[in-house]
Design a protein. Structure first.
Length: 172
């Protein structure tokens, strides 16, 4: 009899089948974990933006960020960088306030592909419609939009968009 060295063809096929089954189960879970991590990062950044807006309102007591958002969009992050000269603020009565805010002192630079943040009311008319929209570039040259509605504590998403939002109306 000859000495058996190595594996038989059946043994190799069984090992390959087991590896294929494990890959079929694990790869989708790994991809979903990445998607969830990106979404969590966007949610966390939207909450950071809310804290920054509240801090600005606390520092500049005549500024009301919600009245400003109702009057028009506020762009806080553009091309992945925090804006250093944000104007157009309103007071609690909706009147113009002559102040420019350097948000680099209130908000850290975004990461995880976040390229733009817009605060506005979209097509709405009330404070319940105010949203903090975070645009995040994802693999495949697509963008995911995430909106935090601070007055109703709701979070919405719109995935796989072809470009950054140009205004809060484009956000979910």
């Amino acid at each position: 009899m000859r000495n058996a060295k190595g594996f038989t063809l059946i043994e190799l096929l069984i090992v390959i089948a087991i590896i294929a089954i494990l890959a079929a189960v694990l790869i989708p879970n790994i991809l979903n974990a990445r998607t969830r991590a990106l979404q969590s990062a966007a949610q966390a950044y939207a909450r950071d933006v809310l804290i920054a807006l509240e801090s600005v309102q606390s520092t500049f007591t005549n500024v009301d960020w919600q009245q400003t958002a109702l009057a028009g969009d506020i762009t806080l992050v553009q091309n992945g960088g925090v804006q250093s000269n944000v104007g157009g603020w309103k007071d609690a009565n909706g009147e113009d306030v002559n102040v420019n805010v350097d948000f680099t002192g209130y908000l850290k630079a975004p990461s995880n592909g976040i390229t733009k943040v817009i605060v506005g009311k979209g097509n709405g008319t009330s404070e319940a419609d105010i949203r903090i929209c975070v645009a995040q570039k994802v693999p495949g040259s697509k963008y995911n939009y995430y909106s935090l509605y601070p007055n109703t504590n709701r979070f919405a998403s719109q995935l796989g968009q072809n470009a950054e939002p140009t205004n809060s109306t484009a956000c979910p």
